[in-house]
Write a protein that binds this ligand. Structure first.
Ligand code: NAP
Length: 296
């Protein structure tokens, strides 16, 4: 079993995942671009590395959770990147949500160095990362998935091997289509409930366990009605994912009507400087059209 685990990217998601690795008793080495983010993990018993390349000297498995495709490229192949120090037979697992196409290219480059690779994007939000109950969609070879399982189980509850390298990212894009359309549904439904004079908390309670329930409604609905738009997942990152979805849909020739609409709605919010708010801020685009505010 792999003993030394490296974690790159201690943001909203990486933070919860790394704490759960430590709780499960793994030996963890961390690296984050902004070094101040490493302090709490050193206090909690992790080691720190001076760079992704330096991490490879002491780690058999390297986990990555950074923002976008160029960021994964940077930590893997940039100056002081993982690929410049990594040992053959090390396993790299990318938990970021990035392009399936670029994932395949990066996997091929690493494989040519003898390094194993899995794409393993996650879903479940900051809450899922903190509680260790993420859904993880894994693409790659079965033997690598088996090797990764004891690690992924520290923060994943539903771990599904969906196919070959790149398939994890494609499954994650499916996930994101569902997330934003459920978010639009929750926004529209709660504004309708308010116009109809309903108590919004009671309405969420009444419908969330039935056929209309969704994670977005159950978790973000209560935040929306008290106007708490702090991010579990920012609008800017959500737009990054919708860009990936729409690019892939274009390549596949698949029309995505509602997803395209939501992309444009988020764009109006970004234009107003709201990209750092949570993705449940989508309701604000509808509020502006209606001239009302939810929860007021
Ligand atoms: P976040 O809080 O913004 O954290 C991003 C992390 O990536 C930070 O540690 C940041 O380092 C690092 N980073 C970004 N660009 C980098 C670069 N060029 N080189 C090195 N490090 C870099 O984002 P997050 O919410 O944790 O999301 C991380 C990934 O998980 C994204 O792909 C996102 O789509 C995905 N995801 C997020 C959620 C969610 O609900 N938040 C759910 C599922 C999946 P610094 O600290 O130095 O900025």
């Amino acid at each position: 079993m792999d003993k030394n685990i490296g974690f790159i990217g201690l943001g909203i998601m990486g933070r919860g995942m790394t704490h759960n690795l430590l709780k499960a008793g793994h030996a963890v080495t961390v690296w984050n671009r902004n070094p101040a983010r490493m302090d709490e993990f050193i206090t909690a018993g992790a080691k720190s590395a001076a760079s992704p390349a330096a991490m490879t000297a002491q780690c058999d498995v390297i986990l990555i959770c950074v923002s976008d495709t160029p960021d994964v490229e940077q930590v893997l192949f940039g100056a002081q990147g993982v690929s410049s120090g990594v040992k053959a037979d090390a396993l790299v697992i990318d938990h970021s949500t990035i392009s399936p196409h670029a994932t395949l290219e990066m996997a091929t480059r690493l494989n040519s160095q003898g390094v194993r690779f899995l794409d393993a994007p996650v879903s479940g939000g900051s809450e899922g990362a903190a509680k260790g109950i993420l859904s993880i969609m894994v693409g790659g070879d079965a033997e690598d998935v088996e090797r990764a399982l004891p690690i992924l189980q520290a923060y994943g509850k539903t771990i599904t091997h969906v196919g070959k390298q790149g398939a994890g990212q494609t499954a994650k894009l499916v996930n994101q289509i569902l997330v934003v359309i459920n978010q639009l549904a929750a926004s529209e439904a709660l504004l309708f409930a308010q116009a109809g004079g309903l108590d919004l908390s009671k309405t969420i309670e009444a419908v969330k366990g039935g056929a209309a329930g969704s994670w977005m409604l159950a978790n973000r609905g209560p935040q929306m009605i008290v106007r708490d738009f702090r991010p579990g997942f920012t609008i800017d990152l959500q737009q990054k994912d919708l860009r990936l979805v729409l690019e892939a849909a274009d390549q596949l020739g698949v029309p995505l009507l509602a997803t395209s609409l939501v992309f444009q709605m988020y764009r109006t919010l970004q234009a107003q400087g709201l990209g750092g708010e949570g993705n449940h801020g989508l309701v604000k685009a509808l509020e502006q059209m209606m001239g009302v505010e939810l929860g007021k």
